[in-house]
Design a protein around this ligand. Sequence first.
Ligand SMILES: *Cc1c(COP(=O)(O)O)cnc(C)c1O
Length: 384
Amino acid sequence: MSYLMSNYAPLDVAFVKGSGCWLFDAQGVRYLDALSGVGVVNLGHSHPEVSRIIQSQAQRIIHTSNWYQIPNQEKLAAKLCKIAKMDKAFFCNSGAEAVEAAIKLTRLFARSKNITSPLILTANNSFHGRTFGALSATGSPKVKVGFEPLLSGFEHIDFNDIDAIKAFEDNTNVVAIMLEPIQGESGVIIPDEDYLNKVADLCHKNNWLLILDEVQSGIGRCGKWFAHNYNAITPDILLLAKGLANGIPIGACLAKGAAAGLFSVGSHGSTFGGNHLAAAVALRTLEVIKEDKILQNVCQISNYLAAGFKQKLAHDKVVEIRIKGLMIAIELNKNPAKLLQLALDQKLLINITGNAIRLLPPLILSQKEADIIIDGVCKLVDNL
Ligand SMILES: *Cc1c(COP(=O)(O)O)cnc(C)c1O
């Protein structure tokens, strides 16, 4: 009998140690981690610089609250704003909280425009988190079931359908559009190359805020700092979390222009958000991504994996391979649910989303480790 609530169904394994892309159980058996704790441990497990900064910062100071200055939080805000071309940052502890901050900003934005029933457009099959605002924004019915009534003020449109957004142009209640540049949880859904440009144009034309939820796709995961960098646009609000501090909880809501000036003293807050420990680790994580040329590695290994999968996967079972950087889904023509356990038996950690195998390996993945993933996934698909 477990004292834990029943909202997870963990596989029958517990890891006691990690190193790079590898995890070890108590018996010392090693597993290749092709998920990175769901896109979090992007520099790998026990990265020496991340471990060092955690230790040294913890020995000095961990937490004081935001009622006192936190120099590393200031530095982190400056660094993130510089690489994201944004003006201001707010720090919280998770992706969902970053989404909540964005929703609150849109409410204040609506008020500034005298809109009393504001609408945010979000996409069908999107995922924005589990808190009530984020859940209401989410366009995946299965995570919402049972929790109604949800927050009102969201309209869901089809992803990658610009006409669906245009249909709202004469609705004066619309204040914002929130999208994942690449839909992660619903299986690495990559829109047309110019979709985000067109969305950004529509937002600009109608004075809507463009909110990009890059909680999963950001911080190098797609081979650039942010997935939207492929479109040469900047959103009004940018949301980050998962890989930001390589496993230490932190979320960020960045904003530019009008959106950056909406919060005033007391209008939003977080006890833990951006504390000394989280801020120091995030700062060092960003530095290491640059120092170790992680973005280049992501692009290189992404091409290598794409070529390997294309060449070696059983063509009769694969519907589509979707890959952007190290966000990867292999869509199969049969439900692959049983492959989760088979992969574990093979000492490979993967995720199954719908009919797809989803992979989010650490961004430090080597070619040798990529080969193990390619061979492992091929073996799994052969078993389908
Ligand atoms: C994971 C995720 C979230 C939620 O993040 P949490 O830290 O679990 O709250 C929000 N948006 C996207 C795109 C995500 O992938």
